[in-house]
Design a protein around this ligand. Structure first.
Ligand code: GLN
Length: 487
């Protein structure tokens, strides 16, 4: 049961399987295997089983069922779920229980999906390995000594290991696509504004997007369909109809021009990753696509720009954790200022502190022109590069990450090396574009490799079709890791 895709689980229920037995099977797998992975921070068996019983009752009464009826979902702990602990991977929110649901959670409930629990993540989504979590380290199901990627590493590991058929992640600089690539699954970051951020704990508000993690493109399309759409509670949410992404997925995009940015195949790209991606590009060619070399001339500035914009926004967003409004408050303090300083000092981890300091510095008077405002100007140039590119091609293709999954601990001492794992994914966030990572091979050590595809804003439909063209011709997405229960 736990190896099935969302589509197969929907079909199984038409054949007589119950949402209750499906949910129970995934909960059992979590309890058996998650001791080896630590993908979940909180699992709510009672809540999930009650939801499953309600879906079965609806079906029995012949009520209309949502598009994810009886399909379990693992949700990154950055999304508020009413009445359930939501920590954002931070000790400062260790005991935070939101009084309301994020918009995406409301949509999942309306779709009759089953919420299994909340997954581990880098604290406030700051990181690329899930090692910055304030609670535990998540392991890669393909090799327990390696990272699942981050910051949505818990959701990605959960899907890859069969603990949940679907996962929800957020992507500010790559946090859906990078862990998807490192765990051998599909990860999709929608256009900025496509999915409401209401109830998503804010990191970089001009960059954050919620999106699906799944075994294949069809499941990702289905989950996107369930969560996308306008929500007046997020002023950046765009009021545009949501196409039925999962239908028409098998339509071939013809003619198809695939743009290949020359900047994505340079120093630092691992040879095995490059080789797998080039083979994937050749597959498109064999299906009649034209491969066209393009240039994104400002892409070498993307990481620097991102670490000014994202940290500036984070320093402002995280000001609310003051020991008064939200979360942890220090027990002993001298006065108000001391209380705020101690609460934050005790509650935040090292990476979050580093980012708050960086962002505050970049925004401070005397430096804001040289850093933050300069970064915004370069961000515009990066966006212009993409606009120019999409006049010459339908999609842009390249590697999702420069290497396959790295060892736990390998980059924790070197923030810059960690930041560079998002070198190919950050551009889509700065420009607000949709991007997807699909499995495209394995290293000789058996580690998954991801192919990244990006499209112009709101071209999710075409992007999914192009991704599906590759998936249909290959079977990388059908491989599953063998995860042992802890010994
Ligand atoms: N790894 C990047 C960072 O640390 C991106 C994180 C994300 O997308 N949430 O900021």
């Amino acid at each position: 049961m736990n190896e099935l895709t969302a589509a197969e689980l929907l079909a199984a229920q038409v054949q007589g399987a119950s949402a209750l037995e499906i949910t129970a099977a995934f909960l059992r797998t979590i309890h058996e295997r998650d001791g080896s992975l630590n993908a979940f921070l909180h699992v709510d068996d009672e809540f999930a089983l009650a939801q499953a019983r309600a879906v079965d009752a609806k079906r029995k009464h012949g009520d209309l069922l949502g598009i994810l009826a009886g399909v379990p979902v693992a949700v990154k702990d950055i999304l508020c779920v009413a009445g359930q602990k939501t920590t954002c991977g931070s000790k400062i929110l260790r005991d935070f229980i939101p009084p309301y649901d994020a918009h995406v959670i409301t949509r999942l409930k309306q779709a009759d999906a089953i919420l299994l629990g909340k997954t581990n993540m880098d604290e406030f989504a700051m990181g690329s390995s899930t090692e910055n979590s304030g609670f535990t380290i998540t392991r890669n199901p393909w090799d327990l000594e390696r990272t699942p990627g981050g910051s949505s590493g818990g959701s990605a590991a959960a899907v890859a290991a069969g603990l949940a058929p679907l996962g929800i992640g957020t992507d500010t600089g790559g946090s859906i696509r990078q862990p998807a690539a490192l765990c051998g699954i599909v990860g999709f970051k929608p256009t900025y504004g496509r999915v409401s951020r209401f109830g998503v704990i804010a990191f970089g508000s001009s960059l954050d997007q919620v999106g699906p993690l799944a075994h294949n493109v069809y499941d990702a399309a289905l989950l996107l369909e369930a969560i996308a759409g306008h929500d007046a509670r997020d002023s950046t949410s765009v009021d545009r109809p949501v196409p039925a992404y999962s239908r028409g997925l098998d339509q071939l995009v013809k003619p198809l021009t695939v743009g290949i940015p020359r900047e994505f195949f340079s120093d630092g790209l691992d040879a095995e990753v490059e080789n797998a991606v080039r083979v994937a590009l050749a597959e498109y060619q064999s299906q009649g696509a034209v491969l066209k070399e393009i240039s994104l001339p400002h892409s070498s500035f993307a990481v620097a720009v991102y670490y000014l914009v994202a940290t500036a926004e984070a320093s402002s967003n995280l000001a609310r954790y003051d020991g008064v409004h939200f979360g942890h408050r220090a027990e002993k303090f001298a006065d108000l200022l001391d209380m705020v300083a101690r609460s934050r000092g005790e509650g935040f981890g090292a990476e979050v502190k580093r980012r708050v300091m960086l962002g505050t510095y970049a925004l401070s008077s005397g430096y804001v022109d040289a850093y933050y405002l300069k970064a915004l100007k370069v961000r515009r140039l990066i966006k212009d590069d993409f606009d120019t590119a999409f006049r010459q091609c339908d999609v842009i293709a390249g590697p999702t990450t420069p290497t396959a999954a790295f060892k736990l601990g390998e980059k924790t001492g070197d923030p810059l090396a960690m930041y560079l794992s998002d070198i190919y994914t950050i551009g889509a966030n700065l420009a607000g574009l949709p991007g997807i990572s699909v499995p495209c091979g394995f290293t000789k050590n058996g580690l998954p490799i991801g192919l990244q595809l990006m499209a112009a804003p709101f071209e999710e439909g075409k992007l999914l079709q192009v991704a599906r063209m590759f998936e249909r011709a290959t079977d990388w997405h059908n491989r599953r890791p063998k995860v042992q229960a802890p010994g």
